[in-house]
Design a protein around this ligand. Structure first.
Ligand code: ITT
Length: 199
């Protein structure tokens, strides 16, 4: 069975990627950075989600020798000119929790009536330090004025998905994986993996 390294330390992402990729005809043995001693930490210095997902996949595929999938993702708020964007994980500073990022976003948007936002996920698959393929998925929604739900991770409790009238934190893993930005990018990645004979 082909091994695929997931270049992430985010447990929420890992769960979603494993659930999205390992169904139907795709047969992969997924490894995480905790299981493979990649021997280094990538610097996320890119200006776009696509650049950062490539940096992650290239870096860890070179160090591990394994085909590697990187995800770089985040929240873009229209009224904030696309912020926090590629800085979504670092929005409230290094070492901040999901809770602190949520509090900061609520404070910054206190007087903003246009609540439109979108999640973006860029996924890159690399081998030996070079990209094989890359994909983008997005999903549109609105930022609520208070948290709702206990599922998911990150900004999910604030992100209302209007077609279902629920936040991403009110969805099960299976429900989020039908519609999310990451699921949309990973559906394309699955096709690629199948067509390229990787899994
Ligand atoms: P890795 O780099 O190890 O993958 P990370 O959490 O630092 O983990 P990113 O640099 O891609 O990952 O930052 C993404 C941040 O954007 C993440 O920490 C969340 O705060 C937010 N985010 C991304 N996808 C999300 C989702 O599906 N639901 C909620 N928040 C999300």
């Amino acid at each position: 069975m082909t091994e695929l390294l997931l270049a992430t330390r985010n447990a929420g992402k890992k769960r979603e990627i494993a659930d999205s990729l390992c169904s139907g005809a795709v047969l992969l043995s997924l490894l995480s950075l905790d299981e493979v001693d990649a021997g280094g930490e990538v610097e996320e210095s890119g200006k776009t989600f696509a650049e950062n997902s490539r940096l992650k996949a290239d870096f860890y595929s070179r160090l591990s020798g394994l085909t590697t999938l990187g995800d770089d993702s985040g929240l873009e708020v229209l009224a904030l000119g696309g912020r926090p964007g590629v800085r979504s994980a670092r929005y409230a500073g290094a070492g901040a929790s999901d809770e602190m990022r949520i509090e900061k976003l609520l404070a910054e948007m206190k007087d903003i009536t246009d609540r439109r936002a979108r999640f973006v996920s860029a996924v890159c698959i690399s081998r030996n330090g070079s990209p094989l393929a890359s994909f983008i998925g997005t999903v549109e929604g609105e930022i609520l004025r208070q948290k709702r739900g206990n599922g998911g991770f990150g900004y999910d409790p604030l992100f209302l998905y209007p077609p279902l009238g629920k936040t991403f934190a009110e969805l099960s893993l299976a429900e989020k994986n039908k519609i999310s930005h990451r699921a949309r990018a990973l559906a394309q990645a699955r096709e690629f993996i199948l067509n390229a004979g990787l899994g």
